[in-house]
Design a protein around this ligand. Structure first.
Ligand code: PLP
Length: 399
């Protein structure tokens, strides 16, 4: 099937929840991807930060092939070797003592919300259930994760939202302090807001949140679904801020493109959950765990977090060069290889022109072009992407 045939079949049969780009991707290798008409692209979306090693990294492909021949899935009713090994690798390389596995970011956040409520009821009193989150946050599409998400546009039509969430402006410590009460169970925050427009937290903000949580005996939950796995220049973004959360949620990059999510926490917080309190049929299957183990091991062995830091600096420098050239580029911002370029107008046409010229990027918050290359991206690949973007911007408005 070619692009047109796939898209026609898709339109006729798949529920229309996505505004599809007019191409169907069929093959990928590293930073590159090909559509069904054979056209090649540089992919700076990489499944929205999921393919941290690029498309079809040989180590991930080999791990999946080998595990698929042994055991794809059993059940969490039994011990799962690859899951235990993945948990041990995560624990050895993080603040956490324990890991829980699920399938997506929304599910990881659901687990975090449940764990925080259970912990707070036991440790702060039966009236403690509220989670403070930030405006412009994004925590997922299931109902509680959606209620946690501080963007009303995602709530509209799905009300009533589950109660127990309070939204405050991002990077505003005073706003958090003002809503803290006996009802508070936790504060939940992305170290860099992704869907909300690539907005990094200020260092004093995350440090201040940690202090407030310690002062009042409430939990700090870091949603690292998009920032985790080395993307921001540290293995976990909070490390770069010099703080530790009580709970961290992961998904996206964890499986190198294979679906898996996780919640990491300390023994003290983990003790709030007993057998039967939470679970999922597919969480941490042998296959997903093997893919994630191979991904994390490769990220660690190849020092990719540090590389993401330096490549991110280079990418931001090149984008800042374009900002000097085009007056309509308002700001270039981000951390590591999670980078945004805010335009003075909607970015859709720029995204379209880039795609036509062979570069895949996306746009969030209407006017923020988002760049999420794999962590092993090369300088020449960044240069090539910048050249295409320059061409796409040059044919845009010149005000
Ligand atoms: N949390 C953050 C920070 C995200 O960026 C996303 C997805 O974009 C999610 C949660 C939800 O993850 P998923 O789409 O895997 O449910």
């Amino acid at each position: 099937m070619n692009n047109a045939e796939i898209l026609a079949l898709d339109k006729a049969n798949v529920l229309g929840t996505y505004a599809r780009q007019p191409v169907a991707l069929v093959r990928g290798k590293g930073v590159r991807v090909w559509d069904a008409d054979g056209k090649e692209y540089i992919d700076f979306v990489q499944a929205i930060a999921s393919n941290v090693l690029g498309h079809c990294h040989p180590k991930v492909v080999a791990a999946i092939r080998e595990q698929a021949g042994n055991l794809i899935h059993c059940s969490n009713l039994y011990g799962i070797g690859p899951q235990a090994e993945l948990a041990a690798l995560l624990v050895a390389n993080s603040f956490a003592d324990k890991a829980f596995f699920c399938n997506s970011g929304a599910e990881a956040n659901e687990a975090a919300i449940k764990l925080a409520r259970k912990w707070a009821k036991a440790n702060r009193g039966s009236g403690a259930y509220e989670i403070i989150t930030t405006l412009k946050s994004f925590h997922g599409r299931t109902l509680a994760a959606l209620a946690a998400t501080g963007q009303t546009k995602y709530h509209e039509g799905f009300e009533p939202m589950p109660p127990g969430f309070v939204h405050v402006p991002f990077n505003d410590l005073g706003a958090v302090e003002a809503v803290l009460s006996d009802r508070t169970a936790a504060v939940m925050v992305e170290p860099v807001q992704g869907e909300g427009g690539v907005n990094p937290a200020l260092p004093e903000y995350l440090k201040g949140l940690r202090e407030l949580c310690d002062r009042d005996g409430i939990l700090l939950i870091m949603d690292e679904v998009q920032t985790g796995m080395g993307r921001t220049g540290c293995l976990w973004a909070h490390e770069g801020y010099g703080i530790r959360p009580d709970i961290m949620t992961l998904a996206k990059g964890l499986g190198g493109g294979f679906p898996i999510g996780a919640l990491l926490t300390t023994d003290q917080v983990a003790s709030a959950f007993a057998p039967g309190n939470h679970g999922t049929t597919f969480g941490g299957t042998p296959l997903a765990s093997a893919a994630a183990f191979a991904t994390l091991k490769t990220v660690l062995d190849q020092g990719l977090p540090v590389r993401a830091g330096s490549m991110g600096e280079y990418l931001r420098r090149r984008l800042s060069g374009l900002q000097e050239k085009y007056g309509f580029v308002k700001e270039v911002r981000g951390l590591g290889l999670m980078v945004g370029m805010e335009l003075a107008f909607p970015g859709k046409e720029v995204v379209d022109r880039c795609r036509e010229a062979g570069l895949i990027i996306n746009c969030t918050e209407t006017s923020v072009l988002r760049f999420l290359p794999p962590l092993n991206v090369k300088i020449q690949e960044i240069d090539q992407a910048i050249e295409i973007l320059d061409g796409a911007l040059s044919s845009d408005r010149t005000e």
